[in-house]
Write a protein that binds this ligand. Structure first.
Ligand SMILES: Cc1cc2nc3c(=O)[nH]c(=O)nc-3n(C[C@H](O)[C@H](O)[C@H](O)COP(=O)(O)OP(=O)(O)OC[C@H]3O[C@@H](n4cnc5c(N)ncnc54)[C@H](O)[C@@H]3O)c2cc1C
Ligand code: SF4
Ligand code: SF4
Length: 463
């Protein structure tokens, strides 16, 4: 099989592009541009025919199907960048780490998605001049057909604008080009795949990327295409062209952490319309509007970042609607910053065990790693090209699990196709169209729960 030396042929054409945008600024002939595609995610395209096939774009791509041996997976990249320094611990779910905490930043928690640690940490780094600027996400205020963008912020007070999770595609091409023209050191926050791309760029061309001194990864259970926002907005009577100010994690401080809402303001109105997420059912486990590459990504937490921040989905922390963060440090600097915050009483944190950290992301782990072992087997059988993984192909399939993972893949595909067809219609047939697959998935998920219950009862009875 011919290995083409650019991302369009090797990654986009194999349905592996997650739309991080990092291939664009490394193209020496300026041939690549990034666009939002028909499926609501970003991808690069060739703007001219000047591609010299040197493959710079492929070398930084987190989904390069043919990486060099020394950057094959997160394990090899982690050894190469050696960020963990001495005395690190190891978890099969999160890779190498120094410390594990759950907690929150009192001053930022209520305006944040989880415990507000991201906003607190970025502000601290700017205030203490550990970095000169941060690369972070904010709402897009000019009407540019997108709701969020990456920007460079160098004033701590402006960081309040970047709080909160955006379940929406946001790409890095523009902001990275800009950062390379500025002087000083930067911190960058992003999804695990974006952090991987930054690390690959730093390995491939250190002189152009050493300005990014510190990386924060948010945990990730999968990207959502722009269709996700449109779908949620449609449930509260807002059409695709009427959406402004979408927010995905509106907290209910009187309830538990999982009881959050989506909100947006309809064009021409002032007050946000609110959709409690429990009204739409499980949008995460089912795979609605998730791009294909996320199903071939095994990095839950951002194993290559200085620090990773997620939600603490375990009791008692998940019972508090004000939110708590799961914090994993991987460098001495990151560990020290968290220790300082605790010492100064700006952070209220508990040390947690590796087991607790794992349990807080168990569902994500099961789909991403256990599910991957099935998906790798099927991809192999179907001659589908995928990047090398640490996870091994499943040997013997559990028929119920196999059915669940297959149906989730089907929902991913169908949700995108059906929403693409129905998104502009007043009377949408989306729910009707997707119901057959959704009902089957619910049936097999219940069967799996029942089977597991019986298994544990038998085990406890010693049979
Ligand atoms: C697509 C997606 C999937 C996620 N899946 C999980 C999961 O499965 N499990 C889990 O525990 N946590 C997940 N998270 C992370 C979680 O929702 C919180 O973002 C994280 O806990 C940080 O919370 P905080 O209160 O510390 O951040 P805040 O103080 O509220 O600040 C949020 C920070 O995250 C950055 N940010 C927000 N959205 C994006 C984005 N789309 N791309 C890049 N940067 C962004 C902002 O720029 C800001 O700096 C996911 C986030 C996203 C965007
Ligand atoms: S670098 Fe990012 S945007 Fe470019 S092809 Fe790879 S995943 Fe897609
Ligand atoms: S699941 Fe992986 S590839 Fe998908 S957005 Fe998250 S980190 Fe990126």
């Amino acid at each position: 099989m011919r290995k083409y030396n650019n991302v369009v042929k090797n990654v986009v054409d194999n349905n592996l592009c997650v739309g991080c945008g990092i291939c664009e600024p490394v193209c020496p002939t300026d041939s690549l541009k990034i666009k939002l595609n028909q499926e609501g995610t970003y991808e690069p395209y060739m703007e001219n025919n000047e591609c010299d096939e040197t493959g710079n774009c492929l070398k930084v791509c987190p989904f390069n199907p043919f990486p060099d041996k020394e950057v094959r997976t997160e394990d090899e990249i982690s050894d190469k960048i050696n960020i963990q320094e001495d005395n690190f611990n190891h978890s099969k779910a999160f890779g190498k780490y120094h410390s594990l905490h759950v907690g929150y930043a009192s001053d930022y928690r209520e305006e944040a998605s989880s415990g507000g640690i991201a906003t607190w940490l970025l502000k601290k780094m700017l205030r203490e001049k550990i970095v000169d600027a941060v690369i972070t996400t904010v709402e897009e205020t000019s009407d540019n057909n997108r709701y969020f963008k990456y920007v460079i912020i160098d004033k701590p007070e402006q960081l309040d604008l970047s709080s909160k999770t955006k379940y929406y595609p946001i790409e890095l091409s523009e902001v990275l080009r800009l950062s390379q023209k500025k002087s000083g050191n930067f911190a960058l926050i992003g999804l695990p795949c974006s952090i991987k791309a930054i690390r690959l760029a730093q390995i491939n061309d250190p002189s152009n990327w050493h300005h990014i001194k510190f990386t924060i990864s948010i945990f990730c259970g999968g990207l959502k295409s722009s269709f996700f926002t449109e779908y949620l907005a449609s449930k509260i009577g807002v059409g695709p062209n009427q959406i402004t100010k979408p927010q995905y994690r509106v907290k209910n401080v009187n309830s538990n952490a999982g009881d959050y809402s989506f909100s947006c303001v309809k064009k021409g109105e002032q007050t946000p319309r609110v959709l409690p997420m429990k009204q739409v059912g499980d949008m995460w486990g089912t795979g609605y509007f998730k791009p294909n590459p996320c199903d071939f990504c095994e990095d839950l937490s951002g194993e290559l970042a200085d620090i990773s921040l997620g939600d603490a989905w375990i009791p008692p922390y998940n019972q508090d609607g004000r939110g708590n963060s799961l914090i994993i440090t991987r460098t001495i600097l990151a560990k020290q910053l968290i220790a300082d915050g605790i010492g100064d009483k700006q952070l209220l944190c508990d040390v947690i065990s590796k087991k607790q950290a794992f349990l807080s992301q168990e569902g994500n782990y099961n789909h991403r790693r256990k599910g991957l072992s099935y998906r790798l087997k099927w991809a192999d059988r179907d001659n589908q090209i995928v990047p090398p993984k640490r996870t091994k192909k499943v040997f013997i399939e559990n028929p119920i699990k196999a059915k669940i993972f297959r149906l989730r893949q089907k929902i991913q595909i169908e949700s995108t196709i059906f929403w693409g067809m129905e998104r502009n219609k007043m009377e949408s047939n989306f729910e009707k169209n997707i119901s057959a697959t959704k009902n089957k998935l619910m049936f097999y998920t219940k069967l799996d729960h029942l089977y597991r219950k019986k298994y544990w009862i038998r085990k406890l009875k010693g049979k």
